[in-house]
Design a protein around this ligand. Structure first.
Ligand SMILES: NC(=O)c1ccc[n+]([C@@H]2O[C@H](COP(=O)([O-])OP(=O)(O)OC[C@H]3O[C@@H](n4cnc5c(N)ncnc54)[C@H](O)[C@@H]3O)[C@@H](O)[C@H]2O)c1
Length: 287
């Protein structure tokens, strides 16, 4: 990890630690699925006919772009006013490697990749579009399209089913993956994977530590359990084992068990512990 802990640094933000763990491990690709499960379609804030069947994977570049670009800092302009500035910068190599991950992911899914940028305004995005288009020739079986980020933000709530796999830079991915995840309506359901060229990867739910419900046996454990499925699929390449976990989660939901965040009348409200036990039961009863 590039960051060295300094006892004198009393105001280190957790986000700084997280950014440096990602950079230190070289996990440049963040995979975030946003899948609306049929059992939970009513949890979405979108109309049922819009949300039903949504199955998107957002592939976000994680270790480059404006969050890391230099120069950055505070200064003063020629009028003597205080300024703050950051740099959006990508090298061709950084774009090529995230594009290849995204094409591989799209190939294993619906075979459609939408690259999101702001190539009408930003030079970094112009290079992004040029390189993604060049890498597409290595993946003739994947259908590539391009979309400006403002339109993508709109299309995600207008007609999310048009998307299969999305690839985008660090800052656009940060925002769009949160937007996409909210289509599913349930933060407690969503896993993520961050991977590099070679291991190790980071596999974690998209939610944080949920301090408001800590110690109350209320948290939904499914995002964490599904992160283990992503570890098996994208970290270890054991897709059959990943499918078993996913099937056990689906079966638990089919059996009507729900934690508070995804509860609806007519289902069985359970706590975190019981939900985990039900998934384990479903897993063990698989043939
Ligand atoms: N990837 C990460 O590491 C990550 C992501 C988000 C937040 N965080 C950290 O987590 C801490 C709390 O952040 P926050 O409160 O903004 O976000 P949070 O995701 O922890 O909580 C947001 C809301 O969602 C609910 N929620 C989250 N997970 C849930 C689950 N499994 N089941 C049911 N409800 C759930 C919480 O109760 C809360 O109301 C902060 O320190 C933040 O920096 C870390």
């Amino acid at each position: 990890c590039r960051y060295k802990w300094d006892n004198n640094e009393k105001h280190l933000k957790p986000e700084t630690g997280l950014l440096n763990i990602r950079a230190g491990l070289g996990v440049f690709a963040n995979l975030r699925p946003a899948t609306v499960l049929p059992q939970l379609v009513d949890a979405s804030t979108l109309k049922k006919e819009v949300a039903e069947g949504v199955d998107i994977m957002v592939v976000r570049e994680l270790t480059g772009g404006i969050y890391f670009g230099k120069p950055r800092g505070f200064g003063t302009n020629d009028k003597g006013e205080e300024t703050g500035f950051n740099t959006e910068i990508y090298s061709a190599a950084e774009i090529d490697r995230i594009a290849r991950v995204a094409f591989e992911v799209a190939r294993k899914r619906g075979g459609k990749l939408c690259s999101v940028d702001k190539a009408n305004v930003l030079e970094a995005s112009m290079l992004w579009r040029k390189r993604v288009t060049a890498i597409a020739s290595e993946f003739p079986d994947v259908e590539l399209s391009h979309m400006y980020v403002d339109n993508a933000a709109m299309q995600l709530v207008r007609n999310p089913k048009q998307f299969d796999t999305i690839v985008t830079n660090n800052i656009f991915g940060d925002i769009l993956s949160d937007e996409a995840s909210m289509i599913t309506g349930s933060i407690g359901m969503l896993p993520s994977a961050s991977v590099g060229e070679s291991g190790p990867g980071l596999f974690e739910p998209i939610h944080g530590s949920a301090p408001d419900i800590a110690g109350q046996d209320k948290a939904n454990p499914l995002a964490t359990i599904l992160s283990a499925a992503m570890l098996l699929k994208y970290g270890l390449g054991v897709e059959s084992a990943a499918k078993r976990i996913e099937a056990a989660v689906t079966e638990t939901l089919d059996n009507g068990f729900r934690t508070g965040d995804i509860y609806s009348p007519g289902t069985t409200l359970v706590g975190c512990k019981r939900m985990g036990e039900e998934v384990l039961k479903a897993l063990e009863s698989q043939k």
